[in-house]
Design a protein around this ligand. Structure first.
Ligand code: SAM
Length: 283
């Protein structure tokens, strides 16, 4: 994933085009909440949030704004941004009159100066639900957050678990006979992890067009935060409880021991370490 800024711009335009194309279909399918959002992503993210009435929170890559509206209901003033104009239009359309404490903007989170223009020292915290793995670069975001956040500010993000949802990861079921009984074990087989990589896939079966995923191993993902003065002070790996077997294919509720998502809270606790703070995602 080493890209010149020109190559990155092209890729980002492609990312924007695909999300604009998928936005309405995506929101029609999951805008009112699915099992992943309601049972895994939102409860874990809410446990890690520190929203007080009047907190100012940046919602990065907000999509159609479902979680931003939840934070506004909890009393936050929310500034919600997304690369896709279509998603922002959906978010505005879905926002009821009484939620006046949300503003929406089309902003590319890979553009550090556009991010900084949202306001130095303005935010108590930032959130990005299920989005960092969809962003062509995360270094600009982590480099802008220390300017945007108040001292001690937090950044809570969820993403596809980088250890178990890697490019070409396969889910398997094996049946073993033990003393006349058949035991079935389900699992995930991972053959690529360390090398960052862009790949295309589907988040929801049937979506109009596959979208880009950007795989980053944990040392690059978290290292990016460490380099910009963040430390991890909260982490959850929720798994789906076993669900009804439908026999069609191996779904995540057949894998209750494998967490499909990772939710992390990082806190701004030091001055950025400059170039010496760990492995770098070169851009
Ligand atoms: C899977 S959706 C998640 C949306 C929302 N946070 C949610 O949880 O429903 C990923 C989002 O990332 C946005 N995105 C991708 N690259 C982005 C970028 N560079 N800047 C801002 N948003 C971006 C997409 O437009 C899309 O809305």
């Amino acid at each position: 994933m080493e890209k010149s800024s020109l190559e990155r711009q092209d890729l980002n335009e492609e990312v924007r085009r695909i999300w604009d194309r998928n936005a309405e279909w995506w929101d029609d399918r999951i805008g009112d909440g699915n099992r992943f959002q309601c049972q895994l992503i939102e409860p874990a993210t809410e446990r890690l949030l520190e929203i007080q009435p009047g907190s100012v929170v940046l919602d990065v890559a907000c999509g159609a704004g479902r979680f931003g509206r939840r934070m506004a209901e909890l009393g936050a003033h929310v500034v919600a941004i997304d690369l896709s104009r279509r998603f922002i239009e959906r978010a505005v359309a879905r926002t009821p009159e009484h939620l006046r404490n949300i503003e929406y903007h089309v902003v590319d989170a890979t553009d550090a100066s556009a991010l900084r223009a949202l306001g130095a020292g303005r935010f108590d915290g930032a959130v990005a639900t299920m989005a960092l793995m969809d962003m062509a670069a995360i270094e600009p975001l982590f480099s802008a957050l220390p300017t945007l956040l108040k001292p001690g500010g937090w950044f809570v993000f969820s993403l596809m678990h980088p250890c178990f949802q890697t490019p070409e990861a396969s889910r398997f079921a094996v049946s073993t006979e033990r003393e006349g009984e058949f035991e079935v074990r389900n699992g995930v087989q991972v053959s690529q992890y360390l090398t960052p990589r862009a790949w295309k896939g589907v988040g929801i079966l049937g979506q109009p067009e596959p979208h880009y995923y950007f795989h980053r191993p944990l040392h690059l993902l978290l290292g990016c935060g460490f380099r910009h003065g963040f430390a991890v002070d909260g982490l959850e790996e929720p798994g789906l409880p076993p669900g009804a077997e439908d026999g069609r294919y191996l779904r995540w509720d057949h894998l209750p021991e494998i967490p499909p998502i990772l939710v992390v809270r990082m806190r701004l606790c030091a001055r950025p370490a400059g170039d010496g703070g760990g492995a770098t995602e070169k851009r």
